[in-house]
Design a protein. Structure first.
Length: 144
């Protein structure tokens, strides 16, 4: 198993990573995904893909390094998903390890992610990975 970072314009973003990411973010299309990455990359958005030994993409993560007053420098994970067919095979742990290595390389003090309240299996996984529930995330739509 190996994880690689995919830069803008890499054809594997659409052919490999997006099908896995759609399992978590079904509202995305190729166009919206491309637009999000084009706008997000200059402000730090990155994507990583995990491949199994057969060369199939089985994990996807969207992440960025951020600086703020509450956590100082952190690596924030926007998206983390293992393909349904590859769950419970170590992909998630491998991908988390890759991202934590990126956090260390970037001088981050924290490794942070949000997870929807309905994703209880994901929460169990994060707790097994020795992550803690450190905050509530509140939101409100501003556009109608």
């Amino acid at each position: 198993m190996k994880t690689i970072d995919l830069g803008p314009g890499d054809p594997r973003l659409l052919s490999d990573l997006l099908p896995v990411l759609l399992e978590l973010r079904p509202h995305l299309t190729e166009q919206t995904f491309t637009e999000v990455y084009e706008e997000g990359h200059p402000v730090g958005l990155r994507f990583s893909a995990t491949y199994d030994d057969n060369g199939t993409c089985v994990g996807a993560a969207g992440w960025r390094v951020q600086v703020n007053t509450s956590t100082l420098r952190m690596l924030f994970v926007d998206d983390l998903v293992t393909a349904a067919a590859a769950r419970s095979t170590g992909v998630g742990s491998h991908l988390l390890g890759h991202l934590q290595d990126r956090a260390k390389e970037s001088g981050c003090k924290r490794f942070v992610l949000d997870s929807g309240t309905q994703r209880t299996r994901a929460h169990q996984f994060y707790l097994r990975e020795k992550m803690e529930i450190a905050a509530f995330h509140f939101q409100k739509d501003v556009l109608s």
